[in-house]
Ligand binder design. Sequence first.
Ligand code: ATP
Ligand code: MG
Length: 579
Amino acid sequence: MRMSQMFAPTLREVPSEADIPSHQLMLRAGMVRKTVSGVYSYLHLGCRVVRKIEKIVREEMDRQGAQEVLMPAIQSADIWRETGRWDDYGSEMFRLKDRNGREMCLGPTHEEIITVTVRDEIRSYRQLPKILYQIQTKYRDEIRPRFGVMRSREFIMKDAYSFDRDNEGLDRSYEKMYEAYCRVFSRCGVDYRVVEADAGAIGGSQNHEFMVVSEVGEDALVFCDACGYAANVERAESAKPAERVADTEKVRTGIRKISTPGMRTIEEVTGYLKVEPRVLLKTLVYVADGTPVAAIVRGDRDLNEAKLKRVLCCRELELATPEVIERVSGAPVGFTGPVGLRERIKIVADWEATVVEDAVVGANAVDAHLVGAEYGVDYTADIVADIRNVVAGDACPRCGAELCGARGVEVGHLFKLGTKYSSALGAKYLDEGGVEHPIIMGCYGIGITRTVASVIEEHHDDDGIIWPMSVAPYQAVVMPLNTSESAQVEAAERIYSELCKHGVEAVMDDRDERPGVKFKDADLIGFPIRVIVGPKHLGDGEVEVSMRRDGTVELVKIENVAVRVKEIVDRELAALMPE
Ligand code: ATP
Ligand code: MG
């Protein structure tokens, strides 16, 4: 490819619309352009990177015996109604009607349609197991599309679905996908972690997320260096508390009511009483499937709504309005507490909250709190469970060591679905004895376009992108510094054509531009290898071969350049390839 011909409009300025490095660099390097909010066109370089990641994903899927298919983006509402997700999916789904008024959607995911396809074709245990996958465009009307292709409304996903006769089979399919994912992300050159995740709306039991560690990640993770436990904070379990947390300075006086006029926040109350926030218990009122419930956590903790939802086994959970709070507790927002509340509504207490001695709680009366409250004496709960967010510094739920924290971008997700979709859609098989069973399913996604951004997020500097060899749009650029010098042009042309012959993906920067411009673009686009043909060494028949990553330079004879560059390419690709 000749740079003079290439459709890669680079930008010198940082676009104001982009707040994170990958988004800025994808725009600046001419990889993508936005069409409307959350919808992007991939230009030549962006498209090449997407295709490379797709190729890696295909190779690893095929290696595990998965079979590629391609399903439509347009799906009928009928199958979504059968699983109940036409309503559940909410406004993230792009919905449309055909000319006859038939309701359709642009697929945000493909569990329904693949299950129906398999249902209609598979009859017998002999046809199982199967893992089917596709690489295809998904549509989700995200509330907040942001960070460029990290969270877009149209994006490319690899989605795979496994079909097994029993749970052991599912375990094997899951294991295969797990291995494929480890290999995919190693080959893409990213620092990833596998974490236990919350199952969310998709349902199912066990599931893991593949996270690229990054400051810009929207997910908070905790992990234990001692035993390897790693989880999304949405999901991470808190260690069961062993001992009581007491304010040692205080003499026990039993429960008593104190006046706290206008003090509604934790800071106001604990500041006034001169106690630690962890001694105050927050009582939060929620409405779970229409019924108010109270949830209690320590004042220094955050309630985890996903956990509370699981504990309550409810579908909808939202914070109660001030009117509801006042009706159930008898006091305005800020003064709700557990004492006496259980007669009116169900109480769920975080297990850590129940071991707080001499707790401060709302008095269920305006401008008042109770001090010296104790679980089991002054109040109880219907359910005591883990309902808070785990944070870095907490004890590991497995081994007790201190948990570390990080942020991550979710690039892949594995789910054990079980029979959720096969039961709803009637996908069954007959066993050896002619008995019918629902097929056991798993589903497995990789955000292809999000992976592109994650790679850049991890591999860049102030000047631009530093591609790992495996996903670079081109592996090398040949730069004659002065295109009016025929000796330079001739040498560069020879090198370029030999590189191509040796199978190196090369770009010839044949533009009549100043060296500064060429260097800037090469840095920005991030070609891993640069061959600089300049006056300094040409007299000796040599050129500079330099690495974008660390700027190391070696002098190589013109006739040896192609072999040497090919060697570097192969060495770097091999280094990224797992055993
Ligand atoms: P998130 O929590 O980030 O919204 P999700 O749980 O909705 O992700 P899945 O339904 O599991 O995502 O989709 C599989 C993969 O598709 C994700 O792991 C992610 O890499 C990618 N993905 C999901 N939503 C988007 C999006 N809006 N833009 C780009 N990639 C996405
Ligand atoms: Mg989502």
